[in-house]
Write a protein that binds this ligand. Structure first.
Ligand SMILES: NC(=O)c1ccc[n+]([C@@H]2O[C@H](COP(=O)([O-])OP(=O)(O)OC[C@H]3O[C@@H](n4cnc5c(N)ncnc54)[C@H](O)[C@@H]3O)[C@@H](O)[C@H]2O)c1
Length: 378
């Protein structure tokens, strides 16, 4: 097992597995922070590893070399969802800390295995989504905490699309069991709501499917048909432990409606804005006593309004040195995954499902969050 980085306060030494589309975004974000140092990149397509390694001053390596490298503390898993579980287990088994793209695992059994491995070996695990650390959702949180809308009483999240076959190079898995919009968008929606308002206690959901077949219009599989074998439109009624309840719609069956993807309703007003899958605004809010009845745009006081995937990794690295619990840590991933599976089960059996796990409402990031992450190596 690698030396605990907290012992010498050195930067956390990072390797990446999976050098595809999202990897340069992670590198752009994470390279701003001196608590992280990039050591190696790996991909089953070696030239991708070479390109990403060049971008961050690391070495290109094979997956096996990365997992066993003595000079790597933490491995970031940016492979496709189907690979997450096997690669994450291999990383933990080799004694490395882990940060994974979402979902951390596709099934509850897989998730339990990852949790057990990390607990047995005393390793940290973090997982996307980390969009709730961005300027948009942090501003929503600051508005709620300041009482701008009174006491929150409800919420609505709409994450709508007509499907991924228009842009994804290999979209089949999204239309099979284990895929679908709840698995795809649900982590963003549920992470945002539970980070803003607190953990879920129960969920009731309904599911439907508007199309039995999809035609891929993206390259390289343009024209190929996909038989749809999983629901593609979900509505979930989420009851939070604090008594607030609201709805979450995740769909591949209807184009975005131009409305707000996230709304929080309070006794004195409402907030709208902040797509839970992005980091920015605009964030609008209004109060009941405002005679003009107009929406005001909130100033984004927190940093990271641009695509900043990788912030959760920086937070995890900071926590490995400070001993704090990471905001995008395993407890949050476990809770969100339980809510998703409870919603899937509820849609199948038509009953309300309890949620047993709990996760803290994370501390808000300070307004100077950029400085917070930029810890000097001691
Ligand atoms: N692309 C985005 O904007 C985006 C946004 C949010 C989350 N994500 C998540 O990030 C992850 C990666 O997405 P992406 O869009 O970068 O996918 P991608 O297909 O572009 O990249 C995945 C990379 O992993 C490599 N790979 C596949 N199997 C591997 C294996 N067994 N060992 C080593 N390398 C392997 C592939 O060659 C590819 O380079 C997924 O979990 C996805 O859900 C992506």
């Amino acid at each position: 097992m690698c030396v605990s980085p907290t012992e010498n306060h050195a930067p956390i030494r990072i390797a990446i597995i999976g050098c595809g589309h999202v990897c340069p975004v992670y590198l752009r974000t994470a390279m701003q922070f001196d608590c992280l140092k990039f050591i190696a990149c790996a991909d089953i397509i070696p030239e991708r590893a070479v390109a990403m390694a060049a971008m961050c001053g690391a070495r290109a390596a094979t997956v096996e070399e990365v997992i066993n490298a003595p000079d790597v503390d933490l491995v970031v898993n940016l492979t496709p969802i189907t690979e997450h579980h096997a690669i994450s287990c291999a990383i933990l088994t080799a004694g490395k800390h882990l940060y994974s793209e979402k979902p951390l695992a596709s099934t509850e059994v897989q998730l339990a295995e990852i949790i057990a491995l990390s607990a047995d070996r005393g390793l940290q695990v973090g997982a996307a989504p980390d969009t709730f650390l961005g300027a948009g959702l942090q501003t929503v949180r600051a508005l709620i905490d300041s009482g701008a809308i009174g006491r929150p009483v409800g919420f609505a999240v709409h994450m709508l699309s007509r499907g991924n076959e228009t842009w994804h190079p290999a979209p089949h898995f999204m239309y099979r069991p284990g895929g679908g919009p709840l698995m795809d968008f649900g982590p963003y929606a549920i992470t945002a709501i539970t980070a803003l308002l607190g953990p879920a206690a129960a969920v009731t959901a309904a599911a439907s499917q508007a199309f039995g077949q999809r035609t891929i219009t993206s390259e390289p599989l343009k024209g190929q048909k996909i038989k749809v074998t999983t629901p593609t439109h979900y509505t979930a009624l989420l009851e939070l432990e604090c008594g607030i309840h609201g709805s979450i719609i995740c769909s591949y069956d209807t184009p975005a409606n131009g409305g707000s993807p996230l709304e929080i309703f309070g006794t004195e007003g409402s907030i709208r804005g902040a797509n839970p899958s992005t980091f920015g605004g605009p964030i609008l809010w209004r109060r009941i006593e405002d005679a003009t009845n107009t929406w005001r745009e909130a100033e984004l006081k927190h940093g990271f309004a641009e695509n900043s995937r990788g912030l959760g990794l920086a937070d995890l690295a900071r926590c490995m040195r400070s001993g704090d619990a990471p905001r995008a840590g395993i407890a949050r991933a476990k809770h969100v995954m339980e809510v998703i599976h409870a919603a899937l089960n509820s849609a199948e059996c038509g009953r309300k499902m309890p949620v047993s796990t709990r996760v803290n409402r994370p501390h808000r990031l300070p307004a100077d969050a950029e400085q917070t992450f930029r810890l000097e190596a001691e």
